[in-house]
Design a protein around this ligand. Structure first.
Ligand code: SF4
Length: 361
């Protein structure tokens, strides 16, 4: 069912021909722009979603010059819209990989996972809607901090720590959650904000040190090369590539986290020699066309958070299992029958699986 959402009641004068519109979820259909001063309405010429980034990009047919602008989106109820694999791109790579990828795209269009709103890339925009475009430098800094907090920590816990930092720094500094404000905190103060994330003591030290380095060596911004990023304490290649993609729009590698690593091995997208995320990244990059490098992380991570969860995969509602594409499918679960207890368990996953439960059970 389509739904209507007002995105903003005052976005400032839209005097340019192109404007990026931020929204808090990634569904899209029709966007209407209305000048609330004189009632004139404008339609967008085109709308594209930038998958996983929760953005809409659209070009206006004409400009609108008013500080009072209302934007409404009549959206399809599709939580995620990731592009499928172009058939010409499926030739290279392990057998059947594109079919699996496309099934995940279908499934991900039916549920939201923690990564979609509380993953590192989305988090700064979830906390401060539109931050990526209103203040890209601050967005990059918050993205870096969320990535530094993310290792060995669930997105939900990481998000809570980021909200605590945001609330605290807004009170203590006029610039809010920015490098300047964070630089003024001692290690123990940083630690008190992030105390629920894994390895918080060490991460607090890394963050304090990183703030000094950013100020002294990078003019208060995040470096824009992987070589410089991985020199920051506590920052590895996975974080680095995601930071470059989301923070600078530079697509120079795949961010491989534990979910992508685990599932790439399961589906034989990589060989058994890919024993580390870094080895997995190199193997994936050897055949996956670069245009999918950015999507593959949030696509697969959300799937791994909600459907193919470690040690308790939900094969009975997984299209990959149902279609006989998965070498690791749990045959007992696929055979059924499905008990009420099982359905209750499925409803307790980290995302709303109603659509898939209705489809398969
Ligand atoms: S069939 Fe089961 S093991 Fe295979 S991808 Fe789906 S949930 Fe994971």
């Amino acid at each position: 069912m389509p739904g209507k959402r007002a995105l903003s009641s005052s976005l400032g004068a839209l005097t340019k021909r192109k404007k990026v519109i931020n929204a808090s979820s990634s569904s899209v259909a029709t966007v209407k722009v209305e000048n609330t001063e004189n009632g004139n309405g404008l339609q967008l010429e085109q709308i594209q979603t930038s998958c996983g980034t929760n953005e809409f990009n659209g070009a206006f047919k004409e400009s609108i010059d008013s500080p009072k602008v209302k934007i409404e989106v009549e959206s399809e109820s599709r939580p995620n819209i990731f592009p499928k694999i172009d058939p010409v791109d499926s030739v290279k790579g392990p057998p059947g990989w594109a079919q699996i990828y496309n099934e995940i795209v279908e499934m991900r269009s039916k549920f939201l996972a923690p990564v979609d709103s509380q993953g590192c890339e989305s988090m700064p925009n979830t906390i401060t809607p539109g931050l990526k475009h209103s203040d890209p430098k601050k967005y990059r800094f918050q993205l870096l901090i969320s990535l530094m907090l993310s290792s060995q920590t669930k997105d939900e816990v990481n998000y809570e720590a980021m909200v605590r930092l945001d609330n605290g720094l807004r009170k203590s500094h006029s610039g809010g959650f920015c490098l300047e404000a964070m630089s003024q905190l001692s290690v123990s103060e940083i630690d008190s904000y992030i105390c629920k994330v894994g390895f918080h003591n060490r991460k607090a030290q890394y963050i304090a040190k990183t703030c000094q380095i950013l100020k002294s060596e990078f003019n208060g911004d995040i470096p824009n090369s992987i070589e410089d990023i991985v020199k920051l304490p506590g920052v590895g290649p996975k974080m680095g590539y995601l930071l470059l993609q989301a923070g600078w729009g530079i697509n120079s590698g795949i961010g491989v986290d534990v979910h992508l690593h685990r599932l790439a091995l399961l589906w034989r997208w990589v060989s058994t020699k890919a024993t580390t995320p870094e080895k997995c990244r190199l193997e994936l990059e050897s055949w996956l066309p670069p245009k999918y490098w950015r999507d593959v992380n949030p696509l697969v991570v959300g799937f791994g958070q909600v459907i193919c969860v470690p040690r308790a995969s939900n094969c009975d509602i997984c299209a990959i299992g149902r279609k006989g594409l998965c070498p690791g499918a749990n045959k007992k679960l696929l055979k059924g029958p499905v008990s009420e207890e099982r359905k209750i368990k499925l409803m307790k996953q980290r995302g709303d699986l109603t659509a898939l439960i209705n489809q398969y059970l």
